[in-house]
Design a protein around this ligand. Structure first.
Ligand SMILES: [Zn+2]
Ligand SMILES: [Zn+2]
Length: 338
């Protein structure tokens, strides 16, 4: 079969590889659509927990074409999405309902072959059968939407809260929609790219602010006492450091964007103390596929406007470069299309 391979850090090829073998508790999925995300870039640069060589791709859905002998609940022809996070189920964290911190964690498209390929073998327990009305494109969004569900489980948005979000790439645009449904009175988006701000407004942002000299004053006018919730979806340390300027007393700061691993910011502990601030992290997802599927199937989250490119596998190396340069929104790769 044809697959994208990172043979070593900073190298990408599209080539023929062996078809996957189906283990007794696995199924083979013929990938319909597979989404490119910032984590793939971190994997490419060896800034994530992957092993090389690796076939990336952790946001995908497709059709079951082979079923392992011990699998009883899936059949050939089932359409599924795959939770790429494989939890052991028996470690300390798994047994404390914190499976995203599993001590024996494995990741499809991270530590084992993923969805930028024609076929991939995955544990049957990681598969979620899709409602008929979900498109292949929506299926490939279940994983990123699940990460937003997890973030909203971590955060407590109170009715009437003012929300400020930095960065409206694909994840930020999902966050905007989810936060609009959470009881917030305002959802204000800040970004450098006017086209992204326009999309944010279409998808529910109550106001948008372009990065620039007027940014601070405009944000003060929108929320004179500050924002109750400030979300970073940029992963840029300089943006994160300044984001606290807009957080009001009792405010919650959510770190959603992924920064370089060794990045630091300076923050006065006195300010955290003096303002009753809460600083919240949100890592990946934690059994949040089901609510994500419900959001997508019921139109709570609209993902169609987030897709900027639909490409065959062979275009992956170019797409990765353009994505790294911020020229794309969500890139969808369709391995069955040549
Ligand atoms: Zn991702
Ligand atoms: Zn575990």
């Amino acid at each position: 079969m044809k697959a994208v391979v990172f043979p070593e850090p900073e190298t990408v090829v599209v080539k023929q590889v062996d078809d996957p073998n189906c283990g007794p508790r696995e199924v083979v999925v013929q990938v319909a659509t597979s989404g490119l995300c910032g984590t793939d870039l971190h994997i490419f640069r060896n800034e994530y927990m992957s092993d090389f060589p690796v076939i990336p791709g952790h946001e995908f859905g497709g059709e079951v074409v082979e079923v392992g002998e011990e699998v009883t609940d899936l059949q050939r022809g089932d359409r599924v999405a795959v939770d790429p996070n494989l939890y052991c189920g028996h470690c300390y964290f798994c047994r404390n309902e914190q499976a995203n911190h599993c001590l024996n964690w494995q990741g499809v498209g991270i530590t084992r072959p993923g969805g930028f390929a024609e076929y991939t073998a995955v544990p049957a327990r990681a598969c979620y059968r899709l409602p008929d009305e979900l498109t292949d494109a929506q299926a490939a969004f279940i994983e990123p939407v699940s990460c937003v569900v997890h973030a909203l489980n971590r955060l407590r948005v109170w009715p009437g809260d003012e929300v400020l979000i930095f960065g409206v790439g694909p994840m930020g645009l999902i966050l905007v929609q989810a936060l609009r449904h959470s009881g917030a009175s305002q959802v204000v988006a800040v970004d450098k790219q006017p086209a992204r701000l326009e999309l944010a407004r279409q998808l529910g942002a109550t106001a948008t602010v372009a990065v620039g000299p007027d940014q601070a004053e405009t944000l003060r006018e929108l929320a004179p006492h500050g924002f109750a919730v400030v979300v970073d979806a940029t992963g840029v340390p300089a943006v994160i450091e300044r984001a606290f300027d807009y957080l009001k007393p009792r405010g919650q700061f959510l770190q959603f964007g992924v920064t370089p691993m060794d990045a630091t910011i300076s923050l006065r502990p006195y300010d955290v103390f003096r303002h009753d601030w809460s600083i919240i992290g949100s890592f990946a997802l934690c059994y949040t596929f089901q609510p994500a599927i419900a959001w997508l199937a019921n139109g709570v989250i609209d993902v169609a406007p987030l897709i900027s490119h639909n490409l065959p596998l062979s275009d992956f190396p170019t797409a990765l470069r353009r994505f790294a340069d911020g020229e794309t929104l969500k890139v969808h790769v369709r391995p069955a299309v040549n």
